[in-house]
Write a protein that binds this ligand. Structure first.
Ligand code: ZN
Length: 337
């Protein structure tokens, strides 16, 4: 193999990213998700449009170097900061879909809008400025059913993608059942938020009925294995998603790690540990989750490719026909040019 030999594969699509959380990498932030969340909110408080512009560009360059060529930024730091995120992506040379978060309650002041109407006005401001956007009611924790109804209707009418966190932690499910008598994905279905344009982020603790609702609606699930591992969330119900033919895409989420190959490997190997068998999913299908499914989740028809360096040390001695398997099971993102 010559020094310059490469192969081209579809670029990875990071369908779920909170770029500001990159700053928490390596920081000790307590013993459970909720303690981490307090630290995350403190981190969110310090940002200005200028700091977002600068720090997001650095994180997006890291994504780009790791083979991601498009990102869905799930953004809840405010409207001006949303514009800065879009500029940062242009600066770093990565495609961006700004998933503007709707946040009615909880969190901190800067996350919230006064009404679903104010949220939709913010979204339209970004659209008019030429940004690619999607609707992102944050969660059933942060958005009451009236907001979900209004935003769900808007996304369907305007042909926008809709992303929402659900079923990441058991406590969120218990609170939803206590308040609404149904589980989070059931509430999303009842509020008109599920459809082929919908991506549910995590779905870690979704039960069979919730997964049936996702399958029936054509919604996708975005798994974020390195973040879910780091936060002690659990891991995706991969076999049950696959049985139902539910589309799967990946996200770097908190950016504790930035490596699409590791996300895909974790997805498959966590399921292998449970099933006590191998090859639940072939490498080609996993790479498709990392690229095409993510693009579909973001409503992107085209996005740049990624270049694999065949001379990289971790691909030495690998036959050409085995390269895709070697990427998923034996390489890290250092193989991308
Ligand atoms: Zn998230």
């Amino acid at each position: 193999m010559g020094q310059s030999e490469t192969i081209t594969i579809p670029g990875f699509v990071n369908a779920h990213c909170h770029a500001f959380q990159r700053a928490l990498r390596g920081r000790r932030t307590g013993s459970d998700f909720w303690a981490w969340r307090d630290a995350m909110i403190t981190e969110a408080e310090r940002h200005t449009p200028e700091s977002v512009r600068e720090e997001y560009a650095a994180t997006y360059r890291e994504l780009r170097a790791a083979g991601y060529t498009a990102v869905g930024e799930f953004h809840y730091l405010g409207l001006e900061e949303a514009r800065s995120a879009v500029e940062a992506a242009a600066d770093a040379g990565i495609e961006i879909v700004l998933l503007l978060s709707a946040y009615a309650r909880g969190g901190t002041d800067r996350f919230r809008q006064a009404s679903a109407g104010e949220y939709l006005t913010q979204l339209e401001t970004l659209l008019e400025a030429g940004a690619r956007v999607g609707c992102a009611p944050h969660s059933v924790r942060a958005c009451p059913p009236e907001w979900l109804d209004e935003i769900g209707r808007y996304a369907a009418r305007e042909g926008l993608v809709l992303h929402v966190h659900a079923d990441e932690q058991p406590r969120e499910i218990e609170e939803c059942v206590a308040e609404h008598g149904v589980r989070p994905i059931e509430l999303l279905e009842r509020s008109g938020c599920l459809g082929p344009h919908t991506t549910v982020v995590h779905a870690t603790h979704a039960d069979d009925r919730e997964l049936d609702l996702l399958a029936a609606s054509g919604a996708r699930v975005c798994v974020c294995p390195t973040t879910e591992a780091n936060l002690g969330d659990g891991f995706a119900p991969f076999a049950r998603l696959r049985e139902r033919g539910i589309g799967i895409c990946i996200g770097s989420d908190s950016n504790v790690r930035i490596d699409p190959l590791e996300e895909l490997r974790e997805l498959e190997t966590s399921a292998r540990r449970l099933a006590l068998r191998r090859e639940l999913c072939d490498a080609g299908t996993l790479l498709c989750f990392g690229a095409d499914e993510g693009a579909a989740a973001l409503g992107l028809e085209s996005w740049p490719d990624a270049e694999v360096d065949l001379a990289h040390q971790s691909l030495q001695g690998v036959a050409r026909e085995d390269v895709l398997d070697a990427l998923v099971f034996g390489c890290d993102a250092g193989v991308f040019r």
